[in-house]
Ligand binder design. Structure first.
Ligand code: 5GP
Length: 190
């Protein structure tokens, strides 16, 4: 049986990554399973343990690091850790399943380096930093200070885009989804 492949999707916050992944999933044209990451952050309303994340205490997260349970982990925000569990990836690709990882930019590049041609790294980007700022302002969920922080983090993250296998600009959502689906299907057929 052929081994499965890894699809890594990354983006600065506010670029529509979750919406694109959800659309791809709803279209049902790609055969993949989601890797459920571990985090020490608290669940948001509606999030379920084992579905959205494996929600761990900081102590359990540290123990998992000590047990070498992660392929990679990052402190994505100060004090907030996120990690890809080996158990969510390796046995599945061994069984021929494709696995999708929605992880931050640094984790993405690390996983790509580890898996080489067995993985594709995709970077979803805003048409411009100015558009991103406007989208975050229109969402009206964040304070002006939080928006400024996100924009400056996005600016930094965008500097990593050229290191990804594929960059997809999310200007028009439908076009971005088509583009992502086409890219992933071509990769899975290689
Ligand atoms: P949120 O707290 O909004 O769910 O996620 C925050 C960020 O953490 C997102 O950019 C998400 O892609 C990233 N993230 C989620 N899981 C992982 C993981 O396992 N490893 C890394 N490096 N980043 C992750």
């Amino acid at each position: 049986m052929a081994t499965g492949k890894i699809i890594i999707i990354s983006a600065p916050s506010g670029c529509g990554k979750s919406t694109i992944i959800r659309s791809l999933n709803n279209r049902g044209n790609i055969n993949w399973r989601f890797s459920v990451s571990a985090t020490n952050r608290h669940p948001r309303t509606g999030e379920q343990d084992g579905v959205d994340y494996h929600f761990l205490t900081s102590e359990d997260f540290s123990n998992a690091i000590a047990d070498d349970a992660f392929i990679e982990y990052e402190e994505v925000y100060p004090g907030r850790y996120y990690g890809t569990l080996k158990s969510e990836v390796q046995s599945h690709i061994d069984q021929g399943e494709n696995v999708v990882l929605d992880i931050d930019v640094k984790g993405a590049l690390r996983v790509k380096k580890m898996y080489g041609n067995q993985a594709i790294s995709i970077f979803i980007m805003p048409p411009s930093i100015e558009t991103l700022r406007q989208r975050l302002e229109n969402r009206a969920t964040d304070s002006a200070e939080a928006i400024a922080q996100r924009v400056s983090k996005a600016d930094y993250e965008l500097s990593f885009a050229p290191q990804f296998d594929k960059q997809i600009v999310n200007d028009d959502l439908e076009t971005a989804v088509e583009n992502a689906e086409h890219t992933i299907k071509a990769f899975l057929q290689q």
